[in-house]
Structure formats: C-alpha cells, structure tokens
Design a protein around this ligand. Structure first.
Ligand SMILES: [Zn+2]
Length: 257
C-alpha cells in the first residue's frame, strides 16, 4: 500500500515538472475582445479584412485558454458590431482577471507596406511616440463614431492615472514576450515592436489589467500570409496564454496569495 502512495506521488511530480498539470486557473476569467465587426471591417488589404482575422485568432485563443483551465468570455463570437464601452463593460460586469483586445495593424503609406511589420502589445497611456499615436488613431476611428472630442478627452483623462496602468504595463510585457517566444520558435525573423503605451479608447473604462495586441501588419505581404495560417495563429494564441499565465503567477507571488 505504501508503495502505491509513493508511486502515485511520483507520477504527480513528473506531471507537474513536465507541465502537464499547471496551476489551478478555474477562478480566472479572461475576457477576449475581437476588434471591429459588422459594418466596421477594421484594416483592409488585398481582399483580407482585419475583423475576420482577429475573430479567427480570438477563437483559437479561447480554445487555448480553456485547455489550460481558464474560464473565457468573448465580447463577440461572430461578425457583429459592438458600441464603444460595450466591450470593456462586459469585462467589468463579469469581474474578469484580464481584458485582451485583439487587432491587426496597417499603415496608409503604400510605398512602405513591405518595410513595416511586427507584433506589438499596447496598454492604455498617453504617449509622445508618433507611430503609436497613429496606430491608436486608426483603431479609434470606428469606436469613437458619435462621441464628441470633449467627451473623448474627459473619459481618457479620467483613467490615465489609475492604478491599472502599472498592472496593464506588466501584463503587456509578459504577453508580448510570450508571443515572441512562441512565434520565433518557428518563424525566426518575426519582428517585435515591443510592449508600448498608446491612447486606445477600447481600453478606456476597463477597471482591470487590459491590453490590446496588434498581431501584425496586414499591409505587409509576408506577415499577412503568415497571419492567415492556422499554425501561426495557434502560436500567437499559445504565446498570449503563456504570457497571461506568467503575469498572473507573478501577481500572486507579489501579493503573497
Ligand atoms: Zn483594429
């Protein structure tokens, strides 16, 4: 009998060491937000639409989170438009641990399509960086339809100095590192744009760590071809899940829980 106990303990140890048994995530709810939808197609290039790409990745991401034991909620599981505030409000109402919005990047200048590529993860913060401002401005166009300039500034100012900025910054770094590690294990030349601040309105109003992942540029032919491949999408999903896991583990360690 004693030997059986040691035998079972041994098996458990092997499973933990090999990563087959991870931390218990059943209390951790993740809200995943596929950008755009409905009449808002997001970025368009070569017949491909951002809203379709991000929904494909979001579904793979949901599957991967569930496989690791997380609870998952999607702001949209189909091609539909959501109003500003609806996305983060869901995350707050459901008391999510983190909010992740998935987008694909694009540039307007055709002469630079093949020069500009890379994966970036953003958290809400004002920035002086012109490139990050341009990315946020493009993404903000559709969600801000109907809101006047004054109310835009009021809502963004009200959250910019909140405590969630530090946490969102940490989450962005862990997720960006997770994605790059996973993607580069096969696509060695994948470029990282880093974890950066930018004023994305879709992140305004979220009272929990919130990030926006720009999975790559659909205006760059090499990156666009990869982004629509199932294998590449799966790597992005696995990387995001690994990054969130690392962030949550560190947060638990910091708080001593
Ligand atoms: Zn977008």
């Amino acid at each position: 009998m004693r030997y059986i106990k040691y035998f079972l303990l041994g098996i458990l140890l092997v499973l933990i060491v090999t990563g087959c048994v991870g931390p218990d995530r059943s209390d951790d709810l993740v809200v995943i937000d596929a950008g755009h939808g409905g009449h808002d197609c997001g970025a368009l290039c070569a017949g491909k639409q951002e809203k379709d790409l991000v929904l494909q990745i979001t579904k793979k991401l949901a599957k991967e989170f569930k496989r690791k034991g997380y609870r998952v909620y999607l702001t949209r599981g189909k091609d539909k438009f959501l109003k500003l505030g609806e996305r983060t409000r869901i995350a707050d109402k459901m008391d999510a641990k983190v909010f992740i919005s998935i987008h694909a990047n694009a540039i307007a200048d055709k002469s630079r399509f093949e020069a500009v590529e890379g994966i970036e993860t953003y958290f809400l913060q004002k920035t002086r960086d012109a490139r990050s401002q341009r990315v946020a401005a493009r993404e903000n166009v559709a969600v801000l339809q109907g809101a006047d300039a004054l109310s835009k500034d009021v809502i963004i100012d009200s959250v910019l100095n909140g405590p969630k900025i530090v946490e969102s910054n940490k989450l962005a770094i862990d997720v960006q590192n997770g994605i790059m590690r996973q993607v580069r294990s096969k696509y060695k030349d994948a470029r990282s744009g880093g974890a950066k601040p930018a004023p994305f309105y879709v992140l305004v109003g979220a009272s929990r760590p919130s990030i926006l992942v720009e999975v790559g540029y659909i205006t760059n032919s090499k990156e666009r071809a990869r982004l629509f491949k199932a294998d590449y999408q799966e790597r992005i999903a696995q990387g995001i899940v690994a990054g969130v896991g690392r962030y949550l583990d560190n947060r638990k360690a910091d708080s001593g829980v």
